[in-house]
Ligand binder design. Structure first.
Ligand SMILES: NC(=O)c1ccc[n+]([C@@H]2O[C@H](COP(=O)([O-])OP(=O)(O)OC[C@H]3O[C@@H](n4cnc5c(N)ncnc54)[C@H](O)[C@@H]3O)[C@@H](O)[C@H]2O)c1
Length: 383
C-alpha cells in the first residue's frame, strides 16, 4: 500500500471518528424521523394503552424486553415462541413488574416454521381477547457462516423462519385487521435488511426479502389508512441472536455467549420501537454509531459503502476463520476498562498462548489509537 493511500485512509478514519464523536455527542441512535418522533411525537404511554399486542419471539432478547415494557403500558399481551417454560417465566416477570393481571396475558406456544398451526393460533387469540391491535413479527434467527461452507438447508431454514413464517402469520392476522379497518403490523427487520455483511448471506437475504415484501404490502393496503405496516431495522442489540445463530449446518448453532457491551442496550432499542409504534412510523433505523452512519453511507454513497464494507468484511472473515470471535470482543471490553500497558496482562488471564500469538501487533496497535477509531475498527471484526 502506498504512503499516499495510507494517508488518505488515515484522514478518512479521522474524519469518520470526528463524525462519530459528534453524532455520539448528539446521542443520535435512530434515524432522523424517529428521533424527531421521540422529541416531539406521541408518547407510547398515551397511545398504546388498552391494546391487544401479539409478540412472537417473546421468550428472549428484544421480544422479551418488549413485552416487559408493554406490560407497564396496560396492554393485553399474547406471548409466543416455541418454549412454553420460557414464556411462562416471561409472563411471571410481566405480572411482577407490570400493571397486568393474569387474564391479560396469554401464553401461546408457536413455532413460526410450522405454518399449518398459524390459523388456529390466530383464532385462539381472537377467542381470548376478541381483537388483535398490534402484531409484532419479532421471532427470527441469524447466521454466522461463509456461503461456500454452508449447507442449502441453512438457507431454507432462514427463509422458512424469517421470511415465510412471518408472512404466514401476517396472512392469518391481516383479514381481521382489514375487517376492522385498523391495526399495526410491526416487523423486526434489521439493518442487514438494508445493507449487507459477510457471514450472514442467508440472514441478509431473508431480511431483504422481508423488507421488500412489507414495503409492497404497505402500498397494497393504501386504501386502509388505519392499517400501519412498520419495518423496524435495528443494528447490533444485546440479545441471544449470535448465540442462537445458525452456522454451516442447520443442526448447528454458534452456541457461545459473546460479549455484548458494545451493542445497543435492549431496553433502549425497545423504547425506540415503542415510539415508532406510537407514531405510526413506516420504517425506522435503530443503531448506535458507527452502524447508523454506515447505513446512511449505504443510502447516499453506495460505492463508498461497498469499498468500506469490503475492507472491514475481509478482516471479519479472516477473524472468523481464525476463530477470533471472542478474543476480539474481549479486547474491546478490555480496552474500555484497562490502560494500554495493562492490556496484555489482562489478556493473559483468559487467552491461550496460541490465541495471544494470533492477536498480532497490528491488532494491538489499533488499541492505542484514539478511542473512536479503535472502537470503529474493532466493532467491525465481528458483530
Ligand atoms: N439482536 C440484534 O442485534 C438484532 C439486530 C437486528 C435485528 N434483530 C432481529 O430481532 C429479532 C429478535 O431477535 P433477538 O435479537 O431478540 O434474538 P434472540 O435469539 O434473543 O430472540 C429470538 C426469539 O425468536 C424466537 N424464535 C426462534 N426461532 C423460532 C421459531 N421457529 N418459532 C418461534 N419463535 C422462534 C426465539 O425463541 C426467541 O424468543 C429477530 O428477528 C432478529 O433478526 C436482532
Amino acid at each position: 500500500m502506498s504512503w499516499e493511500l495510507l494517508l488518505w485512509l488515515l484522514a478518512l478514519c479521522a474524519l469518520l471518528a470526528l463524525v462519530v464523536q459528534l453524532l455520539r455527542f448528539l446521542r443520535a441512535d435512530g434515524d432522523l424521523t424517529l428521533l424527531w418522533a421521540e422529541w416531539q411525537g406521541r408518547r407510547p404511554e398515551w397511545e398504546l394503552t388498552d391494546m391487544v399486542v401479539w409478540v412472537t419471539g417473546a421468550s428472549s432478547g428484544i421480544g422479551e424486553e418488549l413485552v416487559y415494557q408493554l406490560s407497564k403500558l396496560g396492554v393485553s399481551l399474547v406471548l409466543s415462541a416455541r418454549r412454553v417454560q420460557e414464556l411462562e417465566r416471561v409472563k411471571r416477570r410481566c405480572l411482577e413488574n407490570g400493571n397486568l393481571k393474569d387474564k391479560d396475558i396469554l401464553v401461546l406456544p408457536l413455532d413460526l416454521t410450522d405454518r399449518s398451526s398459524h390459523e388456529a393460533a390466530t383464532k385462539m387469540v381472537l377467542q381470548e381477547f376478541g381483537k388483535i391491535d398490534i402484531l409484532v413479527n419479532n421471532a427470527g434467527r441469524s447466521q454466522r457462516s461463509l456461503f461456500v461452507e454452508t449447507s442449502l438447508d441453512v438457507f431454507k431454514e432462514l427463509i422458512e423462519l424469517n421470511y415465510l413464517g412471518t408472512l404466514s402469520l401476517t396472512m392469518c392476522v391481516l383479514p381481521h385487521m382489514i375487517e376492522r379497518k385498523q391495526g399495526k403490523i410491526v416487523t423486526v427487520n434489521s439493518l442487514l435488511g438494508i445493507i449487507s455483511a459477510p457471514l450472514s448471506s442467508g440472514y441478509c437475504a431473508s431480511k431483504h426479502a422481508l423488507r421488500g415484501f412489507f414495503n409492497c404490502l404497505r402500498t397494497e393496503l393504501a386504501t386502509y389508512p388505519g392499517i400501519v405496516v412498520s419495518n423496524i431495522c435495528p443494528g447490533p442489540v444485546q440479545s441471544n441472536i449470535v448465540k442462537n445463530a445458525l452456522s454451516e449446518e442447520v443442526t448447528k448453532s454458534v452456541g457461545i455467549d459473546v460479549a455484548q457491551s458494545h451493542k445497543m442496550a435492549t431496553s433502549r432499542c425497545v423504547r425506540l420501537m415503542l415510539i415508532s409504534m406510537a407514531n405510526d412510523l413506516k420504517e425506522v433505523w435503530i443503531a448506535d454509531h458507527p452502524f447508523l452512519l454506515i447505513a446512511y453511507l449505504w443510502q447516499y454513497m453506495p460505492t463508498w459503502a461497498w469499498w468500506l464494507t469490503n475492507i472491514l468484511g475481509k478482516k471479519r472473515i479472516e477473524n472468523f476463520k481464525k476463530g477470533l470471535v471472542r478474543p476480539i470482543y474481549t479486547i474491546l471490553n478490555t480496552y474500555q476498562s484497562c490502560r494500554k500497558y495493562e492490556i496484555f496482562e489482562h489478556l493473559k488471564t483468559f487467552l491461550t498462548p496460541h490465541q495471544l500469538y494470533d492477536i498480532n501487533t497490528k491488532d494491538i496497535r489499533s488499541i492505542v489509537f484514539p478511542r473512536h477509531i479503535c472502537w470503529f475498527t474493532i466493532n467491525y471484526y465481528w458483530s
